[in-house]
Each structure stands twice: as C-alpha cells, then as structure tokens.
Design a protein around this ligand. Structure first.
Ligand code: R5P
Length: 305
C-alpha cells in the first residue's frame, strides 16, 4: 500500500496514525486486523499474581490519534473484561479516540431481568466501557441487540454469517436445511439461509431459568428427513442447546448434521459431547481462538472500524 505513496514522510505519518492494542487471548485476530490497517501493534504481557490479580505491561507505540483495542470477553470472563477495560483506559491516556472491538461480548445473555432480582449486567458493562474511555464499541454477532441499547456511546454489531456461509458452501451439502435450535435465533437462521440459498426452520427450545437445562419442545418434523442440516447459533457454551437439538433431529431421520456458530466457547468437554450426539463438524469464527475457529473475521472487523 505504501509503495504507492510518493513521499516517504507521508507513509511514516500514516503508520503512526493508528494503533491496535490487544491482550494475549485475542492476539492472533488482533495481529491480522493490525496488518490489514497498517497500525502500530501494541501487545500485552500478562503476569498473574498468586491472588489472581493481573499485571499488564504493554509493548509498542500507542498512537496519538486513534487506538483500537481488540479483546474478546471469553473465559475467564471477568479477567478478560478487566483486561479489556484496562487496555482502553491506558490507550485513552495517549489517543484522542479509542474504539473497543469486543469480538465476543461476554455477559451479552444477561440483557434482561428474566427472574426478579437479577442484575442486567449488560447495563453495568455499558457504563464501564464508557468510563474507561471508549467512544465506540464494535461487537460480532452479539447474542441480542437488546444488550447494545444500554450504551450511550456508539455501537456496531457486525456479522460473521457471510464468512461462515462461504465455508459451509465448500462442503457440498445435500439439499441443505438451516436450523435454529430456538425461536430466538430465527432471524439469524433466516439470514444464514438467504446467504446460502436454502430454506430454514427454527425449533422450539425451553430453558429452565433456574437450572439452565434445555429441552426441545418441537414435535415431529417431516422436512428434515434425508437432508443435510446446518444448526446455526450465535454461540456454544456448554453445548446443551446443540446436543438436544441434534438428538431430536437425528430421530427425524436427517442425513448429516453440521454446526455453524460465531463464538465457540465449548466449555467442559462440550466439543466431544456434541460430536457424540451426532454432529459431524463444528465450524466457528475466530472471535475466540480454538480448534473449530476456522473462519477468519478480520476483514469484516476491519470494515467496521
Ligand atoms: C441462547 O439463546 C443462545 O443463543 C445459545 O443457544 C446458548 O447460549 C448456547 O448455550 P449452551 O451451549 O450452554 O446451550
């Protein structure tokens, strides 16, 4: 890009315009984004003390004009949250503008008071990000847009679905059908199916708000028989939703079941349990690093910032 610039001083000026700052768990994705926008890359070294406190030391040049902090809030959630806020706060000491890119926004499922007395943690986060110094928050496929309405700074939700679909297309599926494991993901499944050029349906899932256990309420489904299925979700945590949905779909005599999701947290051996239930392959985006995170979303984030 800079070889096209006539004056080498111009390129030097541009290089110092932006910095990308990240902590360890989002480093791969942040490096890809930093390369695409020719930013100064600022990495963190983290030392965890015996009591669990993190000491973060940055290395690299923070730009005066704009910093982009890239940090998912994946497990350990509270640790990564404090890392993200600390990076934003440090960036704001030098940069006049700080954008927080939170590819996976932890706590996004706590966007409403489902049971009396529950704290809507997304409200708390909205204040913390602003207080730390961010002027805009960019997220990828947030669980629900309700979580973003609490922010008084700018927000943007970008979707990994087009990139996930490109990957699914290469699998040459037989008469594919996109399925959401619950009604809350109906719109997501619709968007996925539109990109793929296929049909979609959404199952009825019931989650016990006290135990967290899920069950599928949908009864017999004729349309899945003999078809390859793609279960689409925003995230997989314990795998409970996907496992219950797959067990149900397998009973309906479908062909292969694939899973496409944006954020694969895959807690407590979830990947093995999901495969055991009959899923052939899990495909996820690199909002969270991991074995299934084969879909790179650095391009879509670059466009959003
Ligand atoms: C719920 O509505 C979400 O979209 C996911 O389906 C859910 O959070 C996944 O969690 P788990 O893998 O623990 O069932």
């Amino acid at each position: 890009m800079f070889s096209k610039l006539k004056n080498p001083i111009d390129s030097h000026f541009l290089l110092s315009e932006l910095s990308v700052i990240t902590s360890e768990s989002s480093e791969d994705l942040a490096r890809k984004i930093s390369k695409k926008i020719n930013a100064n890359f600022v990495k963190s070294q983290i030392k965890v003390f015996a009591d669990g406190e993190s000491k973060i030391t940055l290395s690299g040049k923070i730009s005066k004009r704009k910093s982009i902090v890239i940090q998912s809030i994946n497990p350990p959630v509270d640790t990564n949250l404090i890392h993200a806020l600390s990076l934003i706060s440090k960036a704001k000491e030098t940069s006049s503008e700080v954008i927080a890119v939170i590819p996976y926004m932890g706590y996004a499922r706590q966007d409403r008071e489902f049971l009396a007395g529950e704290i809507v943690t997304m409200k708390v986060l909205s204040k913390l990000f602003k207080g730390a110094g961010a002027s805009k928050v960019v997220v990828v496929d947030i669980h629900s847009k309700i979580g973003l309405k609490y922010f008084s700074i700018k927000t943007k939700n970008v979707s990994a679905i087009p990139e996930l679909v490109q990957h699914i297309k290469k699998l040459n599926l037989k008469n594919p059908l996109v399925i959401s494991p619950d009604q809350g993901g109906k719109e997501r499944a619709e968007g996925f199916a539109k990109e793929l050029g296929s049909e979609y349906i959404a199952l009825e899932k019931k989650r016990d708000r006290k135990t967290g256990k899920v069950r599928i309420k949908t009864k017999d489904l004729d349309e899945v028989a003999n078809r390859d299925l793609i279960l689409v979700d925003d995230m997989i945590s314990t795998g409970g939703s996907i496992i219950k949905a797959t067990q149900f779909l397998k009973k309906q005599k479908c062909r292969k079941v694939y899973v496409a999701c944006t954020h694969a947290l895959l807690m407590n051996d979830a990947e093995r349990k999901i495969k055991k239930s009959g899923v052939i392959k899990i495909i996820s985006a690199n909002t969270i690093p991991g074995k299934t995170s084969v879909v790179d979303i650095s391009k879509i984030i670059t466009k959003a910032i």
